[in-house]
Write a protein that binds this ligand. Structure first.
Ligand code: GDP
Ligand code: ZN
Length: 294
C-alpha cells in the first residue's frame, strides 16, 4: 500500500500524489455502495497495480473537513484576498467571508493586495480594523512582489484556498509566486472565463516551496447557512475574550444593558464596522429562523 493525497479527479479516475509520483487510480467498488465518493484533498491508501490492472484506492482516511462547492477535503488554510483599491473593498463582504470560513473551522489569513496603487492612509485604516481580530494580515502587491515572502510562509506545508471577490488579484499573486501555475488572470474576457468554469474540475496545485493550493477560489457563495444565533459571536475572534463579561447570560450584544461587547466597541477595542457586520449577520439569522417557524 502507498499513502497519498488525491490532487485531481476526472471521469472516475483519481490522481494521487505519492512519494512515487502521481498515480492514476480507480476507487474500490465498495465506496460507491457506501455513498462515499473520494474527493480531491482526501488522504488515501493506494494498492499499486499488478500487471495491466489499475491502481486502486483502498482506503480514505477520515476527513478533517470538506467543502461542497468547490468539492474538496482537508483544506486547512484560507487566504482571503481583498484589494485596498480597484475594486474598492467591501468590508461587510469580507466579514461574511470570514464568518463562513470560521464556520468551517479553517485557519484564516487576510491578504490586502494592490498596495502599490493604494493610498497609505486608507491602507492603515483597514489594517487597524482587522488587526484587532488577531488574524494574520499580509499586505501585498502582485506588481512589486511586496508581501509575497510572507504569503509563501503561510502557504508552505498547508493545503490552502484563495478566496475573495474577483479582480482583487488572487490569480496574479499565485502566478507571481510560482510561474508554472499559469492561472488565468483578469485580462481575459469574463464571458470566456464563465464558459471555462462550467467544464472545470478542481485540482490541487503543488507548490514548489511546499504545500498545495486549490486552483479555484473557494467560498464564492456567501450564503450564511446553518449558523445558530448563539454561535455567531464565536466567529468573531475579538469578541470571544469578552463574551463572559456581559451582564446577561446569552447576551446577543444588541440592546441588552451592560453588554461588554458594546463597551469594547465604544472604547474602540472592537472595530465598529466589525460589530455592525455582526449585527447584520445576526439579523439575517434571526430572519431565517422566523421564516422557518412561521
Ligand atoms: P482575481 O480575479 O482575483 O484572480 O484577479 P486577477 O489576478 O485576475 O487580477 C485582476 C486585475 O488586477 C488584473 O488586471 C491584474 O493585473 C491586476 N492586479 C492584480 N494584482 C495587482 C497588484 O498587486 N497591483 C496592481 N496594480 N494590479 C494588480
Ligand atoms: Zn453582550
Amino acid at each position: 500500500m502507498i499513502n497519498g493525497t488525491i490532487v485531481k479527479g476526472i471521469g472516475g479516475f483519481y490522481y494521487v500524489k505519492t512519494e512515487k509520483g502521481i498515480l492514476e487510480c480507480k476507487a474500490r467498488g465498495l465506496f460507491r455502495k457506501d455513498k462515499i465518493l473520494p474527493m480531491v484533498g482526501d488522504r488515501v491508501c493506494v494498492e499499486p497495480k499488478k500487471n495491466d490492472a489499475t491502481n486502486i484506492i483502498k482506503k480514505i482516511e477520515e476527513r478533517d473537513n470538506f467543502l461542497v462547492r468547490p468539492p474538496v477535503a482537508n483544506i486547512d488554510m484560507a487566504i482571503i484576498v481583498f484589494s485596498i483599491t480597484r475594486p474598492e473593498p467591501n468590508l461587510y463582504l469580507l466579514d461574511r467571508f470570514l464568518t463562513i470560513i470560521e464556520q468551517n473551522d479553517i485557519h484564516i489569513c487576510i491578504c490586502f493586495n494592490k498596495v502599490d496603487i493604494a493610498d497609505e492612509n486608507k491602507k492603515n485604516d483597514i489594517i487597524s480594523i482587522y488587526e484587532k481580530t488577531g488574524y494574520p494580515i499580509i499586505c501585498s502587491s502582485a506588481k512589486t512582489g511586496e508581501g509575497l515572502k510572507e504569503l509563501k510562509e503561510i502557504l508552505k506545508d498547508h493545503t490552502s484556498i484563495f478566496s475573495g471577490p474577483s479582480g482583487v488579484g488572487k490569480s496574479s499573486l499565485l502566478n507571481k509566486m510560482q510561474s508554472n501555475l499559469d492561472l488565468k488572470t483578469g485580462e481575459i474576457s469574463s464571458k470566456s472565463e464563465r464558459g471555462k468554469h462550467t467544464t472545470r474540475h478542481v485540482e490541487l496545485l503543488e507548490l514548489e516551496f511546499g504545500g498545495y493550493v486549490l486552483d479555484t477560489p473557494g467560498f464564492t457563495s456567501l450564503e450564511i447557512k446553518d449558523v445558530e444565533e448563539a454561535d455567531l459571536q464565536y466567529f468573531f475572534p475579538e469578541f470571544i475574550p469578552h463574551i463572559d463579561e456581559c451582564k446577561f447570560n446569552g447576551c446577543r450584544h444588541m440592546q441588552e444593558p451592560k453588554c461588554a461587547i458594546k463597551e469594547k466597541v465604544l472604547s474602540k477595542d472592537i472595530s465598529e464596522s466589525r460589530y455592525d457586520s455582526y449585527l447584520s449577520i445576526l439579523k439575517e439569522i434571526q430572519e431565517q429562523r422566523r421564516y422557518k417557524y412561521d
